[in-house]
Design a protein around this ligand. Structure first.
Ligand code: GH3
Ligand code: MG
Ligand code: MG
Ligand code: MG
Length: 323
C-alpha cells in the first residue's frame, strides 16, 4: 500500500518561515578586543540574547555546549586565529550546523576569502554598521531556524514512514526492507537467524465483545510486552492487523523457542487492561517459528515457514508455539 504525504505528515514549511522575524536568537560573540565587543554586544542585545567569549581558546567549547543560533567571530582576534576557530566549528558535530558570521578588517581580503572557503556563512567589514549587523544576524538566524524546521520534518517523515502509528513498533515495510540485510549478515557470519510470527487468538471476538477501542488497547499492550521480551538487536514489527513478526539475529531455534514460550506465557498469564482500565480481559497468542536454514535462502521462504507453523499452532488449538 502506498503511503500518502498526508499520512507521512509533511508540513508546508513556509508558514513558520514567513512568521519568523529572526529575532530572539541566541548568539555567541567571539571577540577579544574590548573596544570591539563593547560596541557590538549592546547592539545585538537589543534583539537577541548575547554571550561574549573573549577567550578564543574556550570559544569552541562554549559554542558546542551553548546551543547557539549564531556564532559571530572576529577574524582579527589577537591571541588566536579566528579562521582556525571557524574551521574547527565546521568540523565539530555539535557546531557544524550553526551559522557563522565573520567580522573582518577591510584590508584583509585573503583571510576573508579563506573564511568563506571554510564555510563562514556571511561577513561584515569593519567599521561595522549597526543596522547591517542586525540585519545580517537576523537573516542567518532565520535561515538556521528554517533548515532546523525542515530537518525536523524530514526526520519525522522518516520516523512515520517506518513506524506503526498504533503500537510504535516498526511497520511491515521497514521489517521487509531490513530482513534481507539481516539474513545476509547471518549467512556471511555463519550465525543463526530466527523469526517468529505472532497472531492474537480470536481477536475478532475481542473487538466484537468489548469494542474496537478495546481491541486497540490490546494491540498497544501486546506491543509493550513484546518490547519487554526482546533484545535490542531484535527487530519487532506489526506485520498486519493483529499479526506481528519478530526477527532475532544470532538466535537458534532452541533459544527462539524459549523466547517465544516465555512471551506466550506473559500474554496468557496476565489479563490485559482495556477501556481505560475499567475491564481486564484474557488474551492468548499463537506463535509460528522458523529459522534461516541455508546460506542465501530467500527471506520470503523463512517468512513462509513461520506462517505455516503459525497456521498449525492455530489448528492445534491456539495459545501455543509451533516450530
Ligand atoms: P484467529 O484466532 O484465527 O487469529 O482469529 P482472529 O479473530 O484473531 O482472526 P481474524 O483474522 O478473523 O480477525 C482479525 C481481526 O482483527 C479482524 C479485524 O477487524 C481486526 N483488526 C485488524 N486491525 C485492527 C486494528 O488496528 N484495531 C482493531 N481493534 N482491530 C483490528
Ligand atoms: Mg486470523
Ligand atoms: Mg488472530
Ligand atoms: Mg490474523
Amino acid at each position: 500500500r502506498a503511503i500518502t504525504s498526508l499520512e507521512i505528515g509533511v508540513q508546508a514549511p513556509e508558514r513558520s518561515a514567513v512568521a519568523d522575524t529572526g529575532k530572539g536568537g541566541r548568539i555567541l560573540l567571539v571577540d577579544d578586543r574590548a573596544s570591539s565587543y563593547e560596541r557590538l554586544a549592546p547592539v545585538l542585545s537589543t534583539e537577541h540574547t548575547v554571550d561574549v567569549e573573549t577567550n578564543p581558546a574556550e570559544a569552541l567549547f562554549h559554542a558546542a555546549e551553548g546551543n547557539y543560533d549564531l556564532l559571530i567571530v572576529s577574524l582579527g582576534l589577537e591571541n588566536f586565529d579566528g579562521l582556525r576557530l571557524c574551521s574547527q566549528a565546521r568540523s565539530l558535530e555539535r557546531t557544524r550546523q550553526v551559522p557563522i558570521l565573520a567580522i573582518a578588517d577591510a584590508d584583509n581580503n585573503t583571510r576573508l576569502l579563506r573564511g568563506l572557503e571554510i564555510g563562514v556563512n556571511d561577513y561584515l567589514l569593519r567599521p561595522v554598521d549597526k543596522n547591517e549587523l542586525l540585519a545580517r544576524a537576523r537573516t542567518q538566524i532565520r535561515k538556521r531556524r528554517y533548515t532546523d524546521h525542515l530537518r525536523d520534518n524530514v526526520q519525522n517523515s522518516i520516523e512515520m514512514a517506518i513506524t506503526d502509528a498504533l503500537t510504535g513498533l516498526h511497520n511491515r515495510r521497514y521489517m521487509e526492507s531490513h530482513l534481507g540485510t539481516l539474513a545476509e549478515q547471518a549467512s556471511s557470519r555463519g550465525k543463526p537467524l530466527a523469526l517468529m510470527m505472532l497472531d492474537i487468538d480470536y481477536f475478532k471476538s475481542i473487538n466484537d465483545n468489548y469494542g474496537h477501542d478495546a481491541g486497540d488497547d490490546v494491540l498497544r499492550e501486546f506491543a509493550v510486552r513484546i518490547r519487554k521480551s526482546i533484545r535490542g538487536i531484535d527487530l519487532a514489527c506489526r506485520y498486519g492487523g493483529e499479526e506481528f513478526v519478530i526477527v532475532m539475529p544470532e538466535t537458534d531455534l532452541h533459544v527462539a523457542g524459549m523466547v517465544a514460550e516465555r512471551l506466550r506465557r506473559s500474554i496468557a498469564g496476565e489479563p490485559f487492561a482495556v477501556n481505560k482500565g475499567t475491564k481486564r480481559i484474557d488474551v492468548t497468542i499463537s506463535i509460528g517459528l522458523s529459522t534461516l536454514e541455508v546460506k542465501g535462502e530467500a527471506v520470503a521462504d523463512v517468512l513462509k515457514r513461520a506462517d505455516i507453523a503459525l497456521y498449525r499452532a492455530k489448528n492445534d488449538g491456539r495459545n501455543r508455539v509451533v516450530a
